[in-house]
Structure formats: structure tokens, C-alpha cells
Unconditional design. Structure first.
Lengths: 297, 241
């Protein structure tokens, strides 16, 4: 493989990491409350701006910034769930969906109001901008950090869902809420945790998004939100491994499409992305790793 | 131990329970029989906190002379913690979880990990088929095995009162017999049972007392024998002509 192709693959993996992190939140939340949370992408945006604000604080080490950004995402996610979604528990699915659109629009417009729509430069610390060579690859430190941090976060998440008491409770709740309640599982807490975990990952993705593209604005959450939603659907919405797989596939497909085809096609990248979605859903209506869940009476 | 007094429940806009009263004494097996749609399962769901009654009094006293828990207000997890376990209709095991995870989650609220381990062994002795399949996904079990898992899961919270909903549903007679034997044995070991059953004959054989529920109202009550001998019950539920 030529260095060029390798570089494209690497870029695809980075983009895919970010899609995957956001898609996990979509899938977790949908899996438990059957809610497509369209405000999820805007948490990415908030994560990016919180990062920007924290970088301006002198003497704050970057790893600590990353932790604080995740904490900010977590708090925001929990607040949104409390304020917008909990009061609608038990309402038809469409209600929650529309509420999430409202939250999304609210967050975007608050962002424009407070921060203005002017894009801002996202200044990373020097050492994250260092460029070095990995075999034939030329990479920036931040790109490598994005990849490694994403893999570590996802590994931790998978272990948590698989092994811990809370993880088992989440899987049980996703399958059957009433039966979970009969086990003594506090459903509201499980839902809160799903929002907390998903949103902290989305916040982290915001930091990464800024680091990768170098510019942020209050409307930046729309694209990763939509793409991550597509990734979650491709993977099989409700499935966490599916969200990861979908994220990486989408990231790779998108970058390779632009990178390997003649430049005149690159404007069609989104058409390509959504075309892929339609194609996959035509063949596998439940996504790659999704299961058909029969509706419970 | 358990007392329901004039309980009214609506499901959405349907008036399902129209003033149910019943009681269960410590150590008893009480059966609740009735046709499809009479409100049997709804009664259990109201007791375990899944459906809130519109009106009525409902209390659970886990220890003799101990404090009462108001079941009309307590959240579901508090009811489980107090020692009331509900084995739901249609088993409702978590099919994506392993057998062992299902059993562990039955003990979700318990912090005494050592005792939970012992109870896991106990359930495995009670249902040896489960012991052989601990690592398997619960969805791969047969219907009878799933029923046993559902009972085992309900037992993992160490209930003092067990609500059993339709343990015979869709199972082969031989398996049903096995399950009813286990229920009798659990009762001898000190678990009080409130049993909902469509198979009135089986239920009346096992239970000391029984209630007959008809479209949201209690119509008859008595000992298992009395009801089994009652002409109306015979005609409506026991298939006598």
C-alpha cells in the first residue's frame, strides 16, 4: 500500500473514532429509553467550547482538561435528561424525538447568542501539534492521541457494560424495563447513567473535533451528530459494539471516498454516506450488529 | 403479611381492577384464579409497584409485628428490598444476558456478596439444569428452563413473599408438575406464595386458600378445597359440565 493510501486509512480511523464515540451515546440512550436524542451532537459542540475555554486557563495540564471536558459533557447530559426527557417518560416516542430537536435548536441558538457564529481558532498546546513519522506515515501528536484515547475509552466502556453491576443492569433495562424494575433496578438512575456516559464521550469527541479540524463554531455539532446517528444505525441502533463498528466504517468510507476518487466527486461525500446507509438498511434492516426486537405488549 | 383493601386500577383508560380486597398470611400459599383478562396479572403488578392504584389501601409487612410498607407509594425497588419478589407472566427473563447474569441481577439490591454466592448455589441445587447452563445466553434455554430461571431469579432477592404469575403457561405437563413441586417445597422452606394461575385445578390443589377474580372484581373466596368443590368454580374453571 502506498503511503498515501495508508495516510487516508489513518485519517479515516481518526474520523471514525470520533463518530464512534458520539454514536455510542446515541445507541446507549436509544437502547434504554428508545429515544433518538438529536441534541447529542450539540454536546460535542459544548465539549469543544469547554476545551477552548479551559485551554485559555494558564497552567492547566491537557490531560486534566480532557477529564474536565468529559465531566462537563456528563453534567450537561444529565441536566438535559432531567429537564427535557424525564418529564416525558411514558409519552409516545415521537414526543421525545421532537423534544430532542427542540433541545438541539435551543443549544445551537444559545451558542450563537453567547459565542457568536464566528468560527474560532482552536489552539492546541505545542506538544500536541508536533509532527512525527511513524514508518511511512506522517502524523500529528493530536491525531495519534485521538486514536489511542478513543480506543482506551471504548475498551473501558465495553468492560464496564460487560462486567459491572451497573453494566448488567443497563443491559437488563435495555431488554425489558418492567422486568428490570422487578429486580429492584432503579430505572431513572440507569437512564441517568446512560445519558451521563454517552454525553461524557460526546464531550470528549468535541475536544477531539476541535483538535482535529482547528476551528470551532456553535453549529459544529450538527454534522458529527448526524453522521454518528448514521453510524449508530448502520451498526444497529441499540448495540454498543455496533455503534463502534458503524463509526469506524463510516469514517473510513468517507475519507477513502474523498481521498481515492478524483477530486470532482469529493463534493458528493455526504450523498455517498447516506447512500451507503440506505444500501445497508435495505440489506440488513436492523443494521450490522442489531437484533430485531419484537415489540413487547 | 400482605393486605389489599378496595384497590382500583386503571390501565390507560381501561378500568381493570374495580375494588379488589385480599390478604395473604405468613406461610400460606394463596391462589388467585380467573379467566383471561380478569385482572390477575394487573393485581400482581399493582402489588409490586409497576402499576399504581387509583384508590385503595395496600400494605406489606415483611416481619411479624414489624413496620408496614405502603405499597401504594413505595417505589418498586423499595418493595423488592423489603422482601417481596414478583416472578412475572411470560417469564420475562433477560434473554441477552447469561443464565448467571440473570440470577445475579435477581440479587441486584443485595450487598452481602458472600450470601449471594451461597444463594446462587442453592438455586443451582434447586434447578440443576440451570447449573449446567450458567454461561449460556438465557434466550437459548427451553421454555421450561426459562421458567425455572425466572423463578430462580426471583428467589435471588431472598423474598419472604413471592408473587408467581402463571407458572404453567405454555409448558409441558411434566415440567409444570416439576415446577409446582418446587413451589410447594419453597413454601415448606418458609416462602409465602401468592399464585396467579389459569390452570385452576393445579392452583387449587396447591393453595391453602384461593380467590376468584372476574372482570376486575373478587367474586368468591375460600380454602382451596372449598373452591374446588364449588359448583360455579367447577363449571367455570375446572371444566365440569
Amino acid at each position: 500500500m502506498s503511503a498515501y493510501v495508508l495516510e487516508q486509512v489513518f485519517n479515516g480511523l481518526i474520523l471514525g473514532s470520533m463518530y464512534a464515540l458520539v454514536a455510542i451515546g446515541f445507541s446507549m440512550i436509544y437502547g434504554i429509553v428508545r429515544l433518538i436524542n438529536f441534541a447529542h451532537g450539540d454536546i460535542v459542540m459544548v465539549g469543544a467550547f469547554v476545551t477552548l475555554a479551559l485551554i485559555a486557563v494558564p497552567g492547566l495540564p491537557f490531560p486534566l482538561i480532557a477529564l474536565l471536558v468529559m465531566a462537563a459533557g456528563l453534567i450537561l447530559g444529565v441536566l438535559i435528561e432531567r429537564a427535557a426527557f424525564r418529564p416525558m417518560r411514558g409519552a409516545p416516542q415521537v414526543t421525545g424525538f421532537i423534544a430532542s430537536l427542540a433541545v438541539s435548536i435551543l443549544m445551537q441558538n444559545l451558542g450563537v447568542l453567547i459565542l457568536t457564529a464566528q468560527p474560532r481558532n482552536f489552539m492546541l498546546p505545542e506538544y500536541l501539534q508536533t509532527i512525527f513519522h511513524l514508518g511511512p506515515l506522517t502524523v500529528r501528536a493530536i491525531d495519534l492521541a485521538i486514536l489511542i484515547a478513543s480506543v482506551v475509552l471504548m475498551a473501558v466502556l465495553v468492560l464496564m457494560v460487560k462486567r459491572t453491576r451497573l453494566g448488567i443492569a443497563m443491559r437488563a433495562t435495555a431488554e425489558n424495563i418492567d422486568a428490570a424494575r422487578l429486580m429492584g433496578i432503579n430505572i431513572n438512575r440507569v437512564i441517568m447513567f446512560a445519558f451521563a456516559i454517552g454525553s461524557s464521550l460526546a464531550g470528549m469527541a468535541g475536544l477531539m473535533w476541535g483538535g482535529k479540524f482547528g476551528q470551532i463554531d456553535p453549529l459544529l455539532g450538527f454534522v458529527p451528530g448526524l453522521k454518528a446517528f448514521v453510524a449508530a444505525v448502520i451498526g444497529g441502533v441499540g448495540s454498543i459494539p455496533g455503534a463502534m463498528l458503524g463509526g469506524y466504517l463510516l469514517g473510513l468510507a468517507e475519507v477513502l471516498f474523498v481521498g481515492l476518487l478524483p477530486p470532482i466527486y469529493s463534493a458528493y461525500r455526504d450523498a455517498f454516506v447516506f447512500g451507503t446507509l440506505i444500501l445497508i438498511l435495505l440489506i440488513l434492516p436492523n443494521g450490522l450488529l442489531g437484533r430485531s426486537v419484537e415489540e413487547r405488549a | 403479611m400482605l393486605e389489599l383493601d378496595d384497590i382500583h386500577v386503571f390501565l390507560k383508560r381501561t378500568y381493570v381492577l374495580k375494588g379488589i380486597s385480599l390478604f395473604v398470611r405468613r406461610g400460606e400459599i394463596v391462589a388467585l384464579i380467573g379467566a383471561n383478562g380478569a385482572g390477575k396479572s394487573t393485581t400482581l403488578a399493582a402489588i409490586s409497584g409497576l402499576r399504581r392504584p387509583r384508590q385503595g389501601r395496600m400494605v406489606f409487612r415483611p416481619e411479624p409485628g414489624g413496620p408496614e410498607l405502603d405499597l401504594t407509594k413505595a417505589p418498586a425497588e423499595e418493595i423488592v428490598a423489603a422482601g417481596l419478589s414478583h416472578c412475572p407472566e411470560g417469564r420475562q427473563i433477560f434473554s441477552q444476558l447469561t443464565v448467571k447474569e440473570n440470577l445475579r441481577i435477581g440479587a441486584y439490591l443485595r450487598r452481602d456478596q458472600e450470601a449471594v454466592g451461597k444463594d446462587l448455589d442453592w438455586v443451582c441445587r434447586l434447578f440443576p439444569v440451570l447449573a449446567e447452563r450458567l454461561g449460556q445466553r438465557a434466550g437459548t434455554l427451553s421454555g421450561g428452563e426459562q421458567m425455572m430461571l425466572a423463578i430462580g431469579r426471583a428467589l435471588m432477592s431472598r423474598p419472604k413473599l413471592l408473587l408467581m404469575d402463571e407458572p404453567s403457561l405454555g409448558l409441558a405437563p411434566l415440567i409444570v408438575e416439576q415446577i409446582f413441586e418446587i413451589l410447594a417445597r419453597l413454601n415448606r422452606e418458609g416462602v409465602t406464595l401468592l399464585l396467579v394461575e389459569q390452570n385452576a385445578q393445579l392452583a387449587l390443589e396447591l393453595a391453602q386458600r384461593a380467590y376468584v377474580l372476574e372482570t376486575g372484581r373478587m367474586t368468591l373466596t375460600g380454602t382451596g378445597k372449598e373452591l374446588a368443590g364449588n359448583e360455579l368454580v367447577q363449571r367455570a374453571y375446572l371444566g365440569a359440565v
